[in-house]
Ligand binder design. Structure first.
Ligand SMILES: *[C@@H]1O[C@H](CO)[C@@H](O)[C@H](O)[C@H]1NC(C)=O
Length: 195
């Protein structure tokens, strides 16, 4: 699923300089897990899109993604979508926050921006012209060309090898700033290695 992409996101988030190269090996072919004990109104990937026409498979090169996804999140085209990304490290049995976090206050403005990690790992592979719909119009079909996510990134500054998860939270706000009754929380888990 495209979300995998997001995972990369997290990694590439960190990827500005000529630091060490890291690879994230995703723990689950389905890529996205649900968040633990979410607040009421919090949905997982299946609340964002219908993935029944999407397939993923894992190989040594990464996760290969093909097919389509259909949006189902019940929000409006005019809504502002905010995305928060946080990276957590699994330290002796506990998920602990890291310094890596990112907020995209208006995801729709940058969804197809070539400088964004989600373009590199996901939206750059969308072949149909749905840019004006963002992720806001239920029923919109997202058609991809087949691609392989290689989760490598150059990271500035030291990172501990080990188990990580990226947590992505999407919230939608109407024109008056009131949050919609549902939000989307996704996690991507994987092991980080220096390569
Ligand atoms: C994706 O959508 C296109 C266009 O509707 C269709 O031709 C294709 O068969 C779909 N792919 C899958 C895997 O369902």
């Amino acid at each position: 699923m495209e979300l995998e992409i997001l995972l990369l996101t997290v990694v590439s988030l960190l990827s500005h300089a000529n630091g060490a190269k890291y690879e994230l090996s995703v723990a689950d072919e389905d890529i996205f897990s649900s968040c633990n004990s979410p607040d009421p109104g919090t949905l997982d990937i299946n609340g964002l899109m219908d993935l029944s026409e999407l397939s993923t498979s894992m190989s040594a090169e990464g996760v290969t993604i093909s097919g389509n996804a259909t949006l189902i999140w019940d929000i409006n085209l005019e809504d502002r979508v905010q995305m928060n990304t946080n990276l957590l490290y699994f330290d002796r049995g506990t998920w602990t926050p890291t310094a890596f976090s990112m907020v995209s206050k208006d995801f729709c403005k940058s969804m197809y921006d070539k400088n964004q990690y989600y373009y590199k790992y996901w939206t750059g592979y969308i072949t149909n012209d749905i840019q004006d719909k963002c992720i806001n119009v239920p029923g919109t079909k997202i058609i991809h060309k087949t691609f392989t996510l290689s989760l490598t990134a150059n990271v500035m500054g030291p990172l501990r090898e080990g188990t990580y998860k990226a947590q992505l939270m999407l919230r939608a706000y109407d024109a008056t700033g009131i949050e919609r009754p549902t939000r989307i929380c996704l996690e991507i888990r994987g092991d980080l290695f220096k390569v």
